[in-house]
Design a protein around this ligand. Structure first.
Ligand SMILES: [Zn+2]
Length: 148
């Protein structure tokens, strides 16, 4: 098993695993290269010693996985995280809409309460105006139209 880093023909001594599950093998010298890459991507990487008779089948499958560049792996992970965040925001939005509906219903109730005394006041005003209008109504009836 040779180090996966391009141009390196050293025998791999470490098995590494990216935060998104991708695995590979590298030499001791390239551990720091991969660690700085992980730091650059803001993603974790873990290393385990690659024993000569320790999981040879697993490392044999690694080359197919390493076709995926770390950048792509990190982007896929970021994408998955964004999808999670979007669904979290959607849940928050649904809850906020529900709260909004409840508040609107409460507001409608309060408006009814506010309008109820107002209409009785209006009725009082109407009563007053009809009372005061009564003599006024009589007034024009008294001086009858001069008949010809
Ligand atoms: Zn190497």
């Amino acid at each position: 098993m040779v180090c996966i880093v391009d141009g390196c023909s050293e025998e791999a001594t470490l098995l590494f695993t990216w935060a998104w599950g991708e695995e590979g093998a590298c030499c001791n010298a390239h551990r720091t290269t991969l660690e700085s890459k992980a730091e650059q991507l803001g993603r974790g990487i873990s290393f385990a010693p690659l024993g000569s008779d320790d999981t040879p089948r697993k490392t044999y499958g690694a080359p197919t996985l390493t076709k995926l560049s770390p950048e792509v792996g990190a982007l896929r992970m970021a994408n998955a995280e964004l999808h999670e965040r979007v669904s979290a925001v959607e849940r928050e939005l649904a809850a906020a809409q529900e709260r909004n509906q409840a508040l609107l219903a409460e507001l409608a109730k309060l408006e009814d309460q506010v309008h109820a005394p107002k209409t009785s006041e209006d009725r009082a005003v109407v009563k007053e105006s009809t009372e005061s209008a009564e003599p006024r109504r009589e007034a024009p009836s008294q001086p009858a139209k001069p008949r010809r």
